[in-house]
Design a protein around this ligand. Sequence first.
Ligand code: THU
Length: 137
Amino acid sequence: MNINMNELYYTALKAADAAYAPYSRFRVGAALLGKDGTVFTGCNVENRSYGLTICAERTAVVSAVSRGCRSFIALAIATPDSADPVGPCGACRQVLSEFMEGTAPVRFAGSGPGKVDSTIGELYPHDSLHDLAGGIG
Ligand code: THU
């Protein structure tokens, strides 16, 4: 499938509009491209018990899996409140690796001109518990 990372990034940017981030004032949007071409989005959802905050990337994963999609071929992340690109946190890298191949492209960018084009494998090498992967498919 032809993957349009520009389009996926703009979908992530739009998804950041829905961010619930009254504590950090740092909005994040994520867009996951499913194997069948469906795009699933997520935003960060904070809580006044700060540690319960859910990142945009995991929101997107949970949304997709709950709608029956368990395989993603690309990810884009938008952080409009930072000039520089912000990559996914460690917890999200682990969760994303459950449903993505190491070769899957990842783009992230902030409001400035810089952008990072990477892959899940680059972001999360030596995948933790890789030998247990497979789950229920
Ligand atoms: N955040 C994400 O949603 N994704 C990331 O990759 C980094 C951090 C959120 C969590 C919190 O709501 C805010 O950004 C500041 O850390």
